[in-house]
Design a protein around this ligand. Structure first.
Ligand SMILES: [Zn+2]
Length: 246
């Protein structure tokens, strides 16, 4: 299993950096975790055949995690994709999100392949690309609660993902609200943890991580204000284009 960092930026657009997107390459097929700003061009730069992607997993609907999705579909169309694409999103987007493709003229009769929509359900595993993916709802979007009454579609759904493939168990935190969101996923050892580096205090982080059993620790989504700061010994600081054997 190989991780290719397509976009390691935070939510704030930054020169020379793309926003959240990660390719998990399993050899025969690949899984895209989030699809932020610049993901399609980063994918082409990685040298991986985009048509290897059999599923796209969107953790939540902040734009830095999905905004290149219509362009990814356009890329697949222009490359002549015929195989169906599985797309897993939070349930709150069931009615709205597919309309983004409708508005982008990415119509089924034009694009040439089916999109099969799936929806995360807390702790319910799904299987794609030979991997078992189990989502865990987290508190990242809880701060929006006071405004929910104006936005009836919103359910504050954001998911961290456990991904198991070929006996390797990894965790993609996506964005979290607090470190303890990940506790249930880390009661047992993880071969790798790809964790965002923004929504927690560094002292808290060092304390929290100290009793976790993690093989490769990769920190991403680090805001400019935290650039160059020290996390913990041995942590890999993600950069766009980085490839890591997991
Ligand atoms: Zn977010």
């Amino acid at each position: 299993m190989r991780l290719i960092v397509l976009g390691s930026g935070s939510g704030k657009p930054t020169p020379g950096k793309r926003t959240s997107s990660y390719l998990l390459d399993f050899g025969g097929c690949a899984l895209l975790l989030d699809c932020g700003d610049g993901a399609p061009s980063a994918l082409l730069e990685s040298g991986v055949d985009p048509l290897k992607i059999s599923a796209v997993a969107i953790s939540h609907f902040h734009a830095d995690h999905w905004c290149s999705f219509p362009l990814l579909i356009q890329l697949f169309h222009l490359l002549g994709r015929e195989n169906p694409l599985d797309v897993i999103i939070p349930r709150e987007g069931e009615r709205i999100f597919p309309k983004i493709l409708e508005m982008s003229y990415m119509w089924r009769e034009r694009i040439g392949f089916d999109i099969r929509w799936h929806f995360w359900s807390h702790a319910k595993p799904k299987n794609f690309c030979g991997a078992q993916i189990t989502p865990r709802g987290n508190t990242h979007l809880r701060g929006y609660r006071p405004d929910l009454f104006r936005h009836p579609f919103a359910r504050m759904q954001c998911y961290s993902l456990e991904i198991v493939h070929g006996g390797i168990r990894g965790i993609y935190s996506a964005d979290i609200g607090r470190l303890t969101d990940l506790d249930d996923l880390l009661t047992e050892p993880a071969d790798w943890l790809l964790i965002e580096g923004m929504h927690f205090d560094l002292d808290q982080f060092r304390q929290w991580i100290s009793d976790k059993k993690i093989g490769k620790l990769i920190i991403t989504h680090i805001p400019d204000s935290r650039k160059g700061e020290y996390f913990v010994p041995g942590a890999i600081i993600a950069a766009d284009g980085m490839e890591i054997e997991l």
